[in-house]
Design a protein around this ligand. Structure first.
Ligand SMILES: [Zn+2]
Ligand SMILES: [Zn+2]
Length: 330
């Protein structure tokens, strides 16, 4: 393409270039990735956190922060990363009151997010019910006064009913006549009442909902095929603007579709937070008489624990031996 002289921007090129083009590209790729990954990563693998940016605390609504364990192991590797509600993050100390959530291992929450996308978002029936229920609920909230005109119609019918009885009492009409009128009035009232309920409970399952469900399922199926974590994270972000986690229970309780996803589909879609009827969790319910060990993370019998200890006997014993092997030096 031929350019006018004033259109040409002259750049002084250092020769030889300070950075090779390959290196420049590599650095840029890394910088792009850091944009989505605030945590310092392990030596070998650059770990993309799936639950930052969209992650919210299901108790207080603060964003989820990811943090690498400060401890460095003997082999030089860093400890596992954790997610925490912003209110629990060291940087919020003194600024935010800690909510009732807990720290959760990075892998645990990422696995939960992946399972949610793969298992729940690929299920059109689940999504349709969820979206319709959520629309019904929000329409109940949005209409605080039940339809004024219908209420006025009922009031008028009640007045007519009263008048009818008064007329019967004053012998202006026969009892049979009064009864016939009474029945007619009651039928009218029932009809109006039925139309009011209909208005509250049926906000219209529009074509938009079908479009939305199709879009989400398509995204979730694409997600299922992806193995690159950055790609997975981007897919999650095109679907959701917020996902609410209960960290202590390790469950997903609610989410909000992204504006990008809803934008092209038109109005009448859930722009608010959608609550799940049952929180989505991968944790197995611990049977009675068993307990989860905080050390080896196995579910064991109560008899494997000393009373009210969070670690099993074996883990406690290991801890004692380690301490013995490395006595405290002053
Ligand atoms: Zn919180
Ligand atoms: Zn244990």
């Amino acid at each position: 393409m031929k350019r006018a002289p004033e259109e040409i921007i002259r750049v002084k090129v250092i020769d030889p270039p300070a950075v090779t083009i390959d290196r420049f590209r590599r650095v840029n790729a890394i910088l792009d990735e850091i944009h989505y990954n605030y945590t310092r990563s392990n030596k070998e693998t650059r770990f993309v956190n799936l639950c930052t940016v969209i992650g919210r605390c299901g108790i207080c609504g603060q964003p989820l922060y990811s943090t690498a364990n400060g401890r460095i192991h003997a082999d030089g590797s860093k400890g596992v990363g954790f997610y925490a509600c912003k209110s629990h993050h060291p940087r919020s100390k003194g600024r935010l009151t800690k909510c009732g959530s807990a720290w959760v291992k990075r892998e645990t929450l990422d696995e939960l997010m992946i399972a949610f996308c793969q298992q729940k978002l690929t299920d059109p029936e689940f999504l349709t019910t969820l979206i319709q229920c959520s629309l019904a609920k929000s329409s109940e909230i949005i209409v605080p006064f039940p339809d004024r005109t219908r209420q006025n119609a009922i009031d008028a019918l009640r007045r007519r009913e009263k008048k009818n009885l008064e007329m019967a009492e004053a012998d202006l009409i026969t009892v049979a006549e009064a009864r016939a009128r009474q029945v007619a009035i009651h039928l009218e009232i029932e009809k109006v009442q039925a139309s009011m309920e209909c208005n509250v409970h049926r906000p219209g399952a529009s074509l938009n909902v079908v479009d939305l469900v199709t879009k989400v399922v398509r995204g979730a199926l694409a997600f299922r095929r992806q193995s690159d974590r950055l790609q997975m994270k981007l897919t999650i972000e095109t679907m959701f603007s917020e996902v609410f986690f209960r960290l202590r229970e390790q469950s997903i309780v609610a989410f909000k579709f992204s504006a990008e996803l809803l934008g092209k589909l038109g109005s009448g879609l859930p722009t608010d937070i959608i609550n799940l009827d049952t929180p989505f969790s991968l944790m197995r319910k611990i049977p009675e008489g068993e307990k989860h060990c905080h050390g080896c993370r196995k579910t064991l019998f109560l008899t494997d624990f000393n009373k009210s200890q969070s670690r099993c006997r074996d883990c406690q014993k290991q801890g004692r031996e380690l301490r013995k092997a490395r006595p405290l030096t002053l």
